[in-house]
Design a protein around this ligand. Structure first.
Ligand code: HEC
Length: 156
């Protein structure tokens, strides 16, 4: 049994090493679209889970802080989820081309997203439910809502 475990660890270590050499350091545009959509899906899932908890429809209110810090991490990941070449020219995406046009204001909205997400994570560290609800509402409206309205296609 121990030997089997040893073989298995060697196998997985080899797999990781192979992956590290095969994976190009820069994925193509379609891969970047996929990455962005996965980060967004995760954001949607954490927001949804927090909504459920706040409505008393399941989950544990002690977990709000974990969802909030996950969102702060995802907002960091989102900063790198809009590389040049991952727009409509690269594949099926709802990201609008104006994201990559200078002067469209996108970079400001993206940077502000991290500020709002950090504010939520901070609110999650205290027991102030009202402050948490306020930070969540602000994030949803000022970041998720604003960005989707101005930089995301209405339909796929
Ligand atoms: C800075 C802009 C921006 C912010 C902020 C933002 N989004 Fe998005 N979101 C987008 C864009 C653009 C897409 C379309 C992605 C694509 O198709 O490539 C998207 C897509 C999505 C999707 C659909 C993902 C899929 O393809 O299945 C969900 C869900 C989502 N966002 C949730 C959120 C939530 C929740 C927040 C806030 C916590 C948020 N987003 C904040 C720009 C943003």
């Amino acid at each position: 049994m121990n030997r089997l475990l040893t073989y298995m660890s060697i196998f997985f270590a080899a797999l990781i090493l192979m992956g590290a050499t095969i994976t190009p350091s820069h994925a193509d545009g379609a891969g970047e679209i996929k990455n962005r959509q996965l980060v967004m899906k995760a954001l949607g899932a954490h927001m949804g889970a927090m909504g459920n908890i706040l409505k008393g429809q399941g989950g544990n209110s002690g977990h709000l802080t974990l969802h909030a810090s996950a969102i702060a991490n995802l907002a960091t990941l989102a900063q790198d989820a809009f590389p040049a070449g991952s727009g409509p020219e690269a594949g099926k995406t709802r990201a609008l081309a104006n994201i990559w046009e200078s002067g469209s204001g996108f970079q400001k909205v993206l940077a502000n997203f991290k500020v709002n997400a950090d504010a939520l994570a901070k609110a999650g560290q205290s027991d102030d439910k009202a402050a948490f609800g306020k930070a969540m509402g602000n994030l949803g409206k000022d970041s998720c809502g604003t960005c989707h309205k101005d930089y995301r296609m209405k339909e796929k």
